[in-house]
Design a protein around this ligand. Structure first.
Ligand code: ASP
Ligand code: MG
Length: 425
């Protein structure tokens, strides 16, 4: 039997009881004959609490020091878990990200992994230990500073280690039973998905589904690592995320027409009002945004009013980048040439995802019908081959998600979606 990487999120290791429960699970995997590498997140809301603390001593904490502080959260979990495992009579050793060979670029607070050299981890498991690795952190190749990978980055650590160690599977343990057809916190009748293609999972993650981070799924796709998302609170099988369908009872699980409905209320909408309708205008607006290093999501240009020759251009972006975008556009107002800016952070996005929509006419029509039946007004629309997204009022989002979920026959017969832990913070 091969090596497995298991990752436990903050809600799974929220307190001493949780850590002891996780220790038992880890030991079970070892007793089943696997070599086991475990990646842990910080306990409960520790990361948020550390950020709050930093902001109390400095309104804009230095990136390097913030990383130094935040990585302490995962070090607490890794040491405690190693102790709990030893207490069960098994050998365990904990390692920081840097010791585990997680090498990153130098961008503090959202570093990217550029290499993984897990020599010490390999040696530790070959010696019969269970290796415990602090998630979400690494060390920069240039400068050897401690870095973090961005919020939720432990999943990426786990997949990256799984790839570097050629693991059989990367198991991501969380506080729900797997990937659901919608957020079970919003849709009680959301259904657990047995298997989802990496492509559909990438779109769901990009559209606001929080169960797996986009970067982590990207990594899994690049290195072809199967992910098994499951609960550390129940013994149930979870969701397999892989390029090829899994086998169940001797037959392949079918690709669903629609994989799920995702929503996102973390974005805002900027409207550039009164833009001359001539070549080069959109280019200079989005060059300004790009130069400020802001990623945008949807873009819509209205037809111009014939009488004025002016048009409006709207785009969405993360709320956290709103201020920066407005400032950058205002600064270039003269050069770009527009009348005014409007900023709206009371929006939400609903997305329907599924590779099956490529070959099924009518999905778009059914989606819009469901929204209209629910009385939801649509402000922006964007599509890809396997996704339709709309922007609506933020207050309409939950109702819209439920309506679309029902309309596409995704509701389960029972209320099987259980949220075991976590404050959702
Ligand atoms: N503890 C970090 C966070 O809360 C990393 C993680 O949980 O994956 O974002
Ligand atoms: Mg966390």
């Amino acid at each position: 039997m091969g090596l497995v990487v298991q990752k436990y999120g903050g809600s799974s290791v929220a307190d001493a009881e949780g850590i002891k429960r996780v220790a038992k699970r880890v030991v079970e995997a070892k007793q089943n004959g696997h070599q086991v590498v475990v990646v842990v997140s910080a306990m409960g809301d520790t990361t948020d609490e550390l950020i709050d603390l930093a902001e109390q001593v400095s309104p804009m904490p230095a990136g390097r020091e913030l990383d130094m502080l935040l990585t302490a959260g995962e070090r607490i979990s890794m040491a405690l878990l190693a102790m709990a495992i030893k207490n069960l009579g098994h050998n365990a050793q904990s390692f920081t990200g840097s010791q585990a060979g997680v090498i990153t670029d130098s961008v503090h607070n959202k570093a990217r992994i550029i290499d993984v050299t897990p020599g010490r981890i390999r040696a530790s498991v070959d010696d019969g230990n269970i290796a415990i690795v602090a998630g979400f952190q690494g060390v920069s190749q240039q400068g050897k500073n401690i870095t973090t990978l961005g919020r939720g980055g432990s999943d990426t650590t786990a997949v990256a280690l799984a790839a570097a160690l050629d693991a059989e599977v990367c198991e991501i343990y969380t506080d729900v039973d797997g990937v659901f057809t919608a957020d079970p916190r919003v849709v009680k009748k959301a259904r657990k998905i047995d298997w989802i293609s990496t492509g559909d999972m990438l779109e769901l993650a990009a559209s606001g589904s929080k169960v797996l981070l986009h970067r982590c799924v990207e990594y899994a796709r690049r290195y072809n690592i199967p992910i098994h998302v499951r609960s550390s609170f129940s013994g149930l099988p979870g969701t397999w995320v892989s390029s090829e369908p899994i086998q169940r009872g001797g037959k392949k699980v079918e690709q669903a027409l629609i994989s799920g409905v995702a929503h996102d209320t973390s974005e805002a909408k900027v409207t550039v009002v009164g833009v001359p309708d001539k070549p080069g205008e959109a280019a200079s607006i989005f060059r300004t945004i790009a130069d400020a290093e802001i990623n945008i999501d949807m873009v819509v240009q209205n037809v111009s009013a014939a009488s004025t020759g002016l048009t409006d251009i709207s785009f969405t972006l993360p709320k956290t980048e709103g201020r920066k975008a407005i400032d950058a556009l205002e600064k270039n107002k003269g050069a770009i040439g527009f009348e005014s800016l409007r900023y709206d952070d009371q929006i939400g996005k609903i997305s329907l995802v599924g590779a099956g929509m490529k070959t099924n006419p009518g999905v778009t029509a059914d989606f819009f019908t469901a929204l209209s039946d629910a009385g939801v007004n649509i402000e922006l629309i964007s599509t890809s081959e396997i996704r339709i997204s709309v922007v609506t009022r933020k207050d309409d989002v939950d109702g819209a998600v439920r309506a679309v979920h029902t309309a596409f026959g995704l509701d389960s017969d029972s209320d099987e979606a259980v949220v075991y832990g976590g404050t959702g913070r």
